[in-house]
Design a protein around this ligand. Structure first.
Ligand code: SF4
Ligand code: SF4
Length: 149
């Protein structure tokens, strides 16, 4: 979970995270849930798992406190994390919002993923023929998920 609002270090991390040029995005489809990234991330509460569910649903990054240090991307044993320009995830609260689709099993678990995130992609007006190209332009991190670092 994100740092609690009353955590004494939270204002410091949020202030720093608001100015960084890069954010980390996890490719949920390839994440094994090994938690190496959680161990190396210097910001408490930045990378989190989906509760204590015994199923492996991977991890996600909280963008309000991610300082873009790249340690997680560097150390992920499964090469599952990419650093993307902060503007490309503008308006996204977590790396869940930034998934290229919501086919991952976790999106079928309303108790784990809030409604506003589960419906993030579906809410986009893809019936408008101009919407999909615009979405892709605003989310250049999507092809990066499978591309080279
Ligand atoms: S280190 Fe990589 S594979 Fe392991 S939990 Fe983090 S993102 Fe997933
Ligand atoms: S880039 Fe740094 S601060 Fe952001 S999730 Fe990765 S290890 Fe944590």
């Amino acid at each position: 979970m994100p740092l609690p609002p009353d955590h004494p270090d939270r204002p410091k991390f949020v202030s720093r995270a608001a100015k960084v040029p890069l954010k980390a995005i996890v490719n949920l489809g390839a994440c094994t849930g090994c938690e190496v990234c959680i161990q190396v991330c210097p910001i408490p509460g930045c990378i989190d798992k989906f509760g204590e569910d015994p199923s492996n649903f991977g991890v996600f990054v909280n963008y309000d406190v991610c300082i873009g240090c790249r340690l997680c991307a560097k150390d992920c044993p499964w090469d599952t994390i990419r650093m993307v320009p902060t503007p490309s995830v503008a308006g996204h609260q977590t790396s869940l919002d930034s998934q290229p689709n919501h086919e991952h099993a976790v999106f079928q678990r309303p108790e784990l993923v809030p409604e506003e995130i589960r419906t993030f992609v579906e809410k986009l007006p893809f019936t408008d023929p101009t919407a999909a190209p615009l979405f892709n332009k605003q989310n250049p991190q999507v092809p990066n998920l499978m591309g080279p670092k």
